[in-house]
Design a protein around this ligand. Structure first.
Ligand SMILES: NC(=O)c1ccc[n+]([C@@H]2O[C@H](COP(=O)([O-])OP(=O)(O)OC[C@H]3O[C@@H](n4cnc5c(N)ncnc54)[C@H](O)[C@@H]3O)[C@@H](O)[C@H]2O)c1
Length: 335
């Protein structure tokens, strides 16, 4: 196994920690994503310290982790995994003081991220890699205030981070490439499926794709062309079923029959110019806002967010099993 040295460790600072040797992780910002990260790391047996400025953060975080735990038990807990390995600290500096890896998941506001990453950089041990969960800001724009921008990377997860394997890892202009390499290896060791990007693209790969779909969906609601329920059904009853097995490229290659993607491009290439897509964002006015919120309430049909989270978790685990990414049975797991 290759041991990747921790990046940007100044001479004389504590010994760098290899990705395989990490035991202590800090989660800063403990909402949907930070809480999901904390659940994932606890399930993998790490000690987790968390900090979030909200007064009810401790209670909220523990509730989120408890709700995720049944799904995590099904995925398989590490021997050392325990919710008791979580410490919620009163001060940010305390949360990261001993951290061997820091995952930042604060609100998506550029100034806030800039200041917070600079504070984390000042407080975390030298050499510790700090990753941001940002959904789309390039690290180049976020690392401007940090004294040591070399150790700052993007580690972009998907909700919920304890279930969806993918993390997109990319550095900024001032990131040390060794930090990107270290983070990618660490996430792999921590059980994630990693795409390491060699350049910054706003929205990375998956969010750029998700946003294109979301934009079209909002246009359709705004224009009365489709309801929220029809949009959701069009994916869950249609292409979504294929996408869990193969991505959009291979899916379309099969749509070309024996001729594969080449036939697909010959056949449907000209339609790329047809007016099927409108890549300008729609105006998010009050009417559109209310139509989308009301449509989602109707779709939930009385189910609470907690009910929907449990339903989604069961569904994703079933899909992971059905597609061979998880053992289908206890017997298969021990084989
Ligand atoms: N929700 C998603 O699907 C998703 C997916 C991938 C990435 N992300 C990214 O993850 C990050 C967090 O998003 P979220 O959905 O968890 O938001 P959220 O609103 O659920 O949680 C944000 C948390 O940050 C806390 N917070 C507020 N100010 C803070 C500060 N100065 N320092 C630290 N914490 C602070 C809040 O109290 C809250 O608990 C964002 O960068 C977002 O773009 C979100």
């Amino acid at each position: 196994m290759t041991v990747i040295p921790s990046p940007t460790t100044p001479p004389g600072s504590p010994a760098p920690c290899a990705p395989e040797d990490v035991r202590r992780v800090a989660c800063v910002g403990a909402g949907v994503i930070g809480g999901g990260w904390a659940a994932h790391f606890l399930a993998r047996g790490y000690d987790v310290t968390a900090w979030d400025p909200a007064p009810d953060a401790d209670v909220r975080l523990r509730r989120l982790i408890a709700a995720a735990w049944p799904a995590l038990e099904q995925l398989g807990l590490a021997d050392e995994a325990s919710q008791d390995r979580l410490t919620v600290t009163a001060r940010l500096e305390e949360a990261v003081a001993d951290a061997q890896f820091v995952q930042e998941s604060a609100p998506e506001k550029l100034d806030l991220k800039r200041d917070l990453l600079a504070r984390l950089d000042a407080a975390a041990p030298a050499g510790t890699v700090i990753a941001s969960s940002t959904s789309g800001y390039p690290m180049t724009d976020m690392q401007t205030e940090a004294a040591d921008p070399g150790r700052l990377v993007v580690g972009h997860p998907f909700n919920p981070p304890y279930l969806i394997p993918l993390v997109e890892v990319v550095g900024g202009e001032r990131t040390d490439p060794a930090a990107v390499e270290w983070a990618s290896r660490f996430y792999e060791v921590a059980g994630k499926s990693v795409i390491t990007m060699d350049r910054e693209v706003p929205g990375f790969i998956a969010n750029r794709l998700q946003e294109a779909l979301w934009r079209e969906a909002l246009h359709m609601v705004a224009n009365g062309e489709a309801t929220v329920a029809e949009i959701d059904a069009s994916i869950t009853e249609g292409p979504g079923l294929r996408w869990a097995v193969m991505g959009p490229m291979l899916t379309f290659a099969l749509a070309g029959g024996e001729g594969g993607m080449a036939h697909m491009l010959d056949h449907f290439g000209p339609s790329l110019k047809s007016p099927w897509t409108r890549l300008e964002a729609p105006e998010l006015d009050r009417a559109l806002y209310e139509a989308v919120v009301a449509g989602c309430d109707e779709a939930a049909d009385g189910r609470s967010i907690a009910d929907l989270v449990a339903e989604r978790d069961r569904g994703v685990i079933d899909i992971l099993r059905a597609t061979g990414r998880l053992p289908r049975s206890a017997e298969e797991a021990t084989r």
